[in-house]
Design a protein around this ligand. Structure first.
Ligand SMILES: O=C1O[C@H](COP(=O)(O)O)[C@@H](O)[C@H](O)[C@H]1O
Length: 231
């Protein structure tokens, strides 16, 4: 039996993109958060979720009625992977054309496997990988070659298979303490904001990534951050 997974997609200006997927459904029933990883998989084992959170677009503007968060449910993980690859390829094309760079944040977990089709035809050849800049949401303070490393997961599962320039893959510095690595990452992000690789939101005045792809655990956690009880 396959396991369930969910992916939250937060995209800047995603409303101008074609719909991500094939089928829309009403919001999933809410499940109270208990404790990290202690809950059984709460989703149907055959169903996969993809959440293109248009209303969470990093622009900060109040979402229009038509851009409410969508919950897309796939009957098969294969369908989710296909749709996610197309969505990511399309959105990277849009941002690469608009501003010459595409900034994408990834988590670890099942997301990386779900992105596998980007490393296959037609995307392997048609995506302009030279415009990609890859960042992490990562709570795992382990060396990059550790079995639990989210960097290693992404490298083995995707980044080693596509021609993104090495200097545009912003791994967290594993030679530093967690606090030092956070400061180091902030310095890098500030520099990338200064040189225009990371966009600024006109609405909020804050930097914004073009898209954030976040694997969500069955209890709603992302990067070990529990889903708030009110959600
Ligand atoms: O531990 C982690 O889990 C979450 C969710 O992972 P999933 O396998 O259930 O999709 C992920 O966001 C995070 O990066 C990872 O470190």
């Amino acid at each position: 039996m396959s396991t369930s997974m969910s992916v939250s997609v937060s995209a800047a200006a995603s409303s101008s993109l074609p719909p991500l997927a094939r089928r829309r459904s009403p919001p999933a029933s809410r499940v109270p958060f208990k404790s990290l990883r202690s809950l059984p998989r709460i989703l149907s084992s055959a169903r996969k979720l993809l959440l293109p959170a248009a209303s969470m677009a990093t622009d900060g503007a109040a979402p229009a009625a038509s851009s409410k968060r969508d919950l897309l449910i796939f009957d098969a993980e294969e369908d989710l992977a296909q749709s996610l690859a197309k969505y990511t390829a399309d959105i990277s094309k849009k941002f690469a054309a608009e501003r010459g760079a595409f900034t994408v944040v990834v988590s670890g977990g099942s997301l990386i496997k779900a992105l596998r089709k980007l490393a296959e035809p037609p995307y392997l050849e048609t995506v302009d990988w030279s415009k990609w800049h890859v960042f992490w949401v990562d709570e795992r303070v382990v060396p990059k070659d550790h079995a639990d490393s989210n960097y290693k997961l992404a490298y083995d599962g995707l980044l080693s298979k596509v021609p993104i320039p090495t200097g545009q893959v912003y791994a967290i510095n594993d030679a530093l303490s967690a606090e030092g690595a956070a400061d180091d990452y902030e310095t890098i992000l500030r520099q990338l904001v200064k040189n225009g690789v990371i966009a600024m939101s006109a609405a909020t005045g804050f930097p914004k990534f073009d898209v954030m792809l976040l694997g969500m655990g069955p209890d709603g956690h992302i990067a070990s951050l529990p889903r708030p009880p009110s959600c």
